[in-house]
Design a protein around this ligand. Sequence first.
Ligand code: FEO
Length: 164
Amino acid sequence: MEKKLAKAFNEQINHEFYSAYLYLAMSAWAETQDLPGMAHWLQAQAKEETEHGMKLFAYLNDCGQAVALKAIGEPPAEFGSALELFEQVRAHEAKVTSLIHKLYALARETADPAAEVFLQWFVSEQVEEEKNAADIVAMLKRVKPDSAALLMIDRQLAKRGEDD
Ligand code: FEO
């Protein structure tokens, strides 16, 4: 693996762990708003992000590359409203998608087919991640804040992971 690709993998580990931190901060905020279903959904999301970071971590180890963990940035603590929060989730996932695409392009540029194949999972995962966030934003746009309908969405989000 070329040095610059290994460096970019290490940076992506940091992005994934920041994502976990961001979703945990969002989950904590949702708890303060009495939206336990959203808090649960966001905690599950944070767990997934940790798994993404660990996949990259294991890949670097498998390739005999040194993992270099950097400081994780401080996430915000205020998210406005449930709709604004999920709009931020969607925007964050779009940003992660562009980072994954850049990493994939670098794997190509450095002629590293193994890294390319490995990253394909992340490319597909991002399609799912963006879709999930967009679906929730679409639902939230249809309901008023503090309405019974909002609580119904919250109950629905509480079910994440029940079928796993
Ligand atoms: Fe690891 Fe939500 O992307």
